[in-house]
Design a protein around this ligand. Sequence first.
Ligand code: NAP
Ligand code: GCO
Length: 263
Amino acid sequence: MDYFSLKGKIALVTGATHGIGFEMASALSKAGAKVVFNDRDAEALDRGLKAYENAGIKAHGYLCDVTDETAVTELVKKIEDEVGVVDILVNNAGIIKRIPMTEMSAEEFRQVVDINLTGAFIMAKAVLPSMLKKGGGKIINICSMMSELGRETVSGYAASKGGLKMLTKNIASEYGGANIQCNGIGPGYIATAQTAPLREKQPDGKPHPFDSFIISKTPAGRWGEPGDLAGPVVFLASSASDFINGHILYVDGGILAYIGKQP
Ligand code: NAP
Ligand code: GCO
């Protein structure tokens, strides 16, 4: 038996035109799954479709905002008609706003929670009925270090990713008896567009202080790459993880294990 084969499975990865989502979708495709992705922006969607084509992957791309419940219901119906029932959902779409809490408007806070947490709820709710009819499925929520830790300026993000951890446990609790496994992946600090501002070189050519901070805080001694999430997502999407439910797999080079370098 090939525990990690995804042959015959259909995987939907949200917001997967580039970055972590693109690498995870590519890994799922290499493991045998048919890949479907969405983005809220038409130009980004086109760039994503080209990126998959250049990588030799046949991916189905759809325009859809994960916060729009009506559009998501239509998206899932369309995917079922054109590709088939979604066996694996990866809730990857997400944003961050780095604003000190006393300067952050409630509207800005809501936008972050709406995409990172409510969007994952809407997506999961939309795919669950067909998974239940089919007799099983996998839901993988992309959490964060901020599902466990706080830091300055990311109150909305931390609240959303902490909530996403608990939504993961709740889906596992509510539907585990119906052979649905819902787990999370908590990436450490990964070099993507989202973290680019934290890695910008200083005017004097020195590394950004946050860049050096993360390297010293990570036992692996480096930032993660999107490809570091490839193996973990295939594992949680495959039958190798059928008795794992409600778990958050941190893929962080050891950050959460480490108290930090002594001064
Ligand atoms: P990214 O490069 O900013 O990609 C995020 C993607 O989500 C973008 O394609 C974005 O589309 C899409 N998106 C945002 N809002 C959406 C919406 N309402 N509907 C549909 N798509 C939407 O970020 P990344 O670093 O690859 O992160 C991917 C996920 O991993 C996020 O959930 C992030 O929070 C999480 N994560 C990242 C890190 C890290 O260090 N990079 C660590 C832990 C967790 P647009 O380009 O159109 O906005
Ligand atoms: C930040 C970062 C993080 C990471 C990631 C960590 O400003 O602290 O952007 O939140 O993106 O989620 O796991």
